[in-house]
Design a protein around this ligand. Sequence first.
Ligand code: CU
Length: 131
Amino acid sequence: MTKRSMLTLAAAAATFSLVFCSPRARAADKTVVVTMTDKPPQYHPENLKIPVGTTVEWQNTAKTLHDVTTDADSAQNPADVKLPPGAKPFDSGFMAPGASYKYTFTVPGDYTYVCIPHEKDHMVGHVTVTK
Ligand SMILES: [Cu+2]
């Protein structure tokens, strides 16, 4: 084997491991589902720990409107929501029964979101995004 073909092989192996073996690449196509219920108004699960790049899909499986927001301007109590530094707020808007909303977490850290119609009923969810 020539020195050149050895180098080509090494480069191909490095590309393969970068594309197929990095945790970020694997997390990128992963989706985690959180459902929303009425009695009591809750997210299931309430607490998630996911790698950066993961998409969360909230599904309103209940019979009334629900919502997902980290926007302090929309929350009744701005202290009920939390974002890591550098992350932008997201808001699903009101979700009718059967509706779903997806958000991909690209900034690591701790997130706390609320359902605006049920914030007073403590419909609160937490997401920890790891690097
Ligand atoms: Cu709700």
